[in-house]
Ligand binder design. Sequence first.
Ligand code: TXA
Ligand code: MG
Length: 350
Amino acid sequence: MTYQHTRHWIVDKSVGNLENSPQIHEAAGFIKQNKVVAFPTETVYGLGGNAESDEAIDLIFQAKGRPSDNPLIVHIAEKEQLYRYVRSVSSQADKLIEAFWPGPLTIVLEHNGELSDKVTAGLPTVAVRMPDHPVASAIIKASGLPVAAPSANRSGRPSPTTAAHVTDDLHGRIAGVVDGGPTGVGVESTVVDCTNDEIVILRPGGITKEDLEKVAGPVTTDPALVEEDQAPVSPGMKYTHYAPHAPLILVDGDRRFFAQKAEEARREGKKVGVLITDEYEGMPADKEIRLGPSGDLPAVARRLYDSLRAFNQNEVDVIYAQVFPETELGGAIMNRLRKAAGGKIISQKE
Ligand code: TXA
Ligand code: MG
């Protein structure tokens, strides 16, 4: 479906009683009519549709150009909604819910068949989360529905952290976008499989492994996240993702090594972009985008997707990006950068 106009509602997320605002009322009304609407969450903007409607879910997949074997996360605003769609909630899952909802944690459980099969891509499980954002919860509450919402980007592009990113990718392809300002966390939610006693991280995100272990004891990480040749449990992990407009290569090395690689590419006549922290400022590059101080991982996460999008079409021929230690939010940041690079990395140690 194409639209002459995609509605653009501006909402001040700090005002109370958002559910009754005319903008939210109208956006939620579209969702009730099985149309799709983008809105902010605390992680990234989502493209929301009625999770009980095949028609709405088809529109989400079409607008994004997303492969239909990649299931969607169902967003809820009250814990009671969870019990309407899953078979049971294990005590481990319940601990995580108590500790991290609302927040950037998505829990995978067995579903009971009440949602559209298209949301779950025919799997026996469903991924559910309760976002911690006043605009997202107001829309979910005002619609009275479970809201399926993938990130509101064209499939393969970096996820959107502002309404402008959504418009760049989806204008004319969706019914509307609720502009509630830039998102806070900047990378998507952590996805955990809670269908067995052992908790498995399927996608690293806003809640870190360290955060989870404080609450639930040792958790494991899906081997597909580290070993390329393993079949991923989370279907979304197997596709190209977060791709900027030029090939991106990770550079694991000190300042001098990084500068040397950039210089070499320039000597080959390439226009070079660099994605670096403040400590690597002043690289020999045609475009330099800074992510802030390397010690401030939350700020790096918040800026990551906007920075990947900042390299415009035909502006540079290659992007060299700095690497991060994989503790705390560094795990999610490196997971996204590795995908943006399609696994390409140059290492000083070799
Ligand atoms: O922060 C977020 O999670 C954002 C905001 C909008 O809430 N949403 C988001 O959705 O990132 P999406 O569709 O871009 O990513 C959903 C991820 C994919 O990797 C998908 O494969 C996985 O969750 N997933 C969904 N259902 C699953 C299931 N039943 N089992 C395993 N993985 C599942
Ligand atoms: Mg996504």
